[in-house]
Design a protein around this ligand. Structure first.
Ligand code: DOR
Length: 441
């Protein structure tokens, strides 16, 4: 649809967590890149019949690795943006563990501009907490925030020093932005490549115990209480981590938490299925079934704010290395919507409204975006989903350069069918529309 035209999407089940609406009786009118009220709209030049489909506002994946600048053989902002559009995603927060690390306002602007130039997804940069993510010296959080950073993270590396974490949380308190930690006590996890447990022993691979993560999550939570700073814990994968988040919320600390699709869909038995193929190698590692169940329960109870993919694409050659040497990471942008539907909605663990809150209102609040939902005047950022579609994950069909996923071959239910950013379709029926440049505002 060109600017000036009026479009109406008819008949969809509109699931809008921003307005707490789940309705089959709402038509969505779009003009000049925005949602308009039917009263404002003249006769539509385009009518989209979306009966049988679900329509959700601005899906956000707030944890992705786009590898640019620096490691463009793994992913670029262009290929990552295509993967996002293909996956039904409208906005991403890009982790700063690139080469160089995004730890200056200039680099924050560079990532933002590159995302806008590609124009397929809203690329929201995250800045590093410490210079070079080395954990030694606080980066210039204020100037990065001024330049457009929506939060701060050394993801890939934990902030090992408690004093540094305290300083980061205290500093971030003066900004409307969260400190996002990859919690892992290195002295306990170093050398580990999988979860420390039965499957690690069977395969003779070095393990990482759950306490490596949860001890740091507890530390961070207590520091959030001490400083009043905003803390977001990335990719939680242990029971005691979840308990720490419960403690924080009981005490009204400014703490939020995230889980990934792979920790909700898989348990450590997947290691036996794939053997020594590092496609299962991810940090934090895939945990035992009891932990997976505890994570599902935590999500169901409302303790978890965000579902994010931790999209970590790697080159096939890197993932072809022996298990201990291969890099950690799963390519997740093109399966996250289906994973949410399969793990949470289809089994009745959550209502669609609650489940999509994990990719809309949840991350919107953590990043301070203030999107109003699908009401007149809002940007026309939305996704159409076929809730019945059953499909088999085939990484060869990914737009991402990273084909590394242990979900390969798995049957999922539910699929993004079309993505719209600022009134422009960026994907339709599985095809990414590269020409769909949207007006950035
Ligand atoms: O598995 C992971 N891969 N976990 C991380 O925290 C970093 C990521 C990456 O950058 O590859």
């Amino acid at each position: 649809m060109g600017n000036g035209g009026v479009m109406v999407v008819r008949g969809a089940r509109v699931i809008d967590p921003y307005r707490q609406i789940d309705s089959r009786d709402e038509d969505v009118w779009i003009a000049d890149g925005h949602i308009v009220s039917p009263a404002q709209a003249v006769s539509p030049s385009v009518v989209v019949n979306a009966s049988h489909l679900w329509l959700v506002p601005r899906l956000i994946d707030m944890h992705v690795h786009f590898r640019e600048p620096g490691q463009t053989w793994k992913e670029t902002i262009a290929t990552g943006s295509r993967a996002a559009a293909h996956g039904g995603i409208v906005a991403v927060a890009a982790m700063p563990n690139t080469e160089p690390v995004v730890d200056t306002p200039e680099l924050v602007e560079w990532v933002q501009h590159r995302g806008q130039a590609v124009g397929l997804v809203r690329v929201l940069p995250l800045g590093a907490i410490t210079v070079g993510s080395r954990g030694e010296e606080l980066a210039d959080l204020y100037r990065m925030h001024q330049a457009g950073a929506v939060g701060f993270s050394d993801d890939g590396n934990p902030v090992s020093s408690a004093a540094m974490m305290r300083a980061a949380l205290s500093y971030a308190r003066t900004l409307p932005a969260a400190v996002i930690n990859h919690a892992q006590e290195r002295s306990l996890s170093e050398g580990g490549v999988v979860h420390e447990g039965r499957c690690a022993h069977r395969l003779g691979l070095a393990g990482m115990p759950e306490v490596a993560e949860s001890s740091m999550v507890w530390r961070d939570v207590l520091l959030a209480g001490l400083t009043g700073g905003r803390l977001h814990e990335a990719h939680l994968s242990t029971m005691a981590s979840v308990e720490a988040i419960g403690y924080a919320k009981q005490h009204h600390y400014r703490v939020t938490a995230e889980v990934t699709p792979h920790h909700l869909l898989l348990n450590e038995e997947v290691l036996l299925q794939w053997g020594y193929d590092p496609v299962t190698k991810v940090n934090p590692p895939i945990r035992p079934e009891a932990t997976r169940q505890a994570l599902l329960k935590a999500v169901q109870s409302g303790l978890i704010d965000v579902l994010a993919s931790d999209h970590a694409p790697h080159h096939d050659d890197d993932k072809a290395k022996p298990y201990p040497e291969a890099p950690f990471g799963i390519s997740g942008l093109e399966t996250i919507v289906a994973a949410l539907m399969t793990a949470l909605v289809q089994p009745g663990c959550m209502s669609p409204l609650e489940a999509f809150g994990l990719m809309t209102t949840g991350p919107d609040r953590v990043l301070g975006l203030g999107f109003p939902g699908l009401r007149a005047g809002a940007l026309a950022d939305l996704t159409l989903i076929d809730p019945q579609k059953v499909w088999t994950v085939d990484p060869d069909r990914f737009y991402s350069l990273g084909h590394n996923t242990p979900l390969a071959g798995m049957q999922l239910r539910g699929q993004a069918l079309a993505t719209m950013v600022g009134g422009q379709w960026t994907m339709q029926e599985g095809e990414v529309l590269d020409a769909g440049l949207f007006a950035v505002s």
